[in-house]
Design a protein. Sequence first.
Length: 169
Amino acid sequence: MDNSVYIAVFSAVISVIAMFITLWQAVLAKKTYNLEKKRLEEEKPDFKITSLNSKAIIRNDEKVQLKYYIVISNLSNKDMTIKDIKLRIIGEERMVVLTPNNVDDYLYIGDNIECNKSFHNWVEFELTKKLYSDLDILKFIIEIEDIHGNKQDEIIIYMNEEVYENVQS
């Protein structure tokens, strides 16, 4: 055999080795990509809300307080901050949107929830007795949006009513 055959065989062996190294690097790159994609998905801001208790407090004055005890679970590896809270009251013929009252020790816009933790507290809304009775309410929807633009809602069909009409303070 002359030198050209040895060079051709040697070049073919080098090419096969290079091909296997390239395939191995492609497999490693795919695994690294999938791990990074999973890590990024885990860090993506996400949360869910659950209402545990709801009540309408009707007093002697002209206001009705709507209180909801809700749990917000931060499902991501990043802290989240509440950007907006709304209560949609759906009646038979119309809808009303309320923003929460800023009450000390109640849930409000700007509250922060740490990563992978839950936060539970009351949130309070207020409307007039006349509007409350005239709406013929079908359901309540609490909507919460975080600073990352994620929105979640909870539909509440049942509401406990506490009436204090004839109670003297």
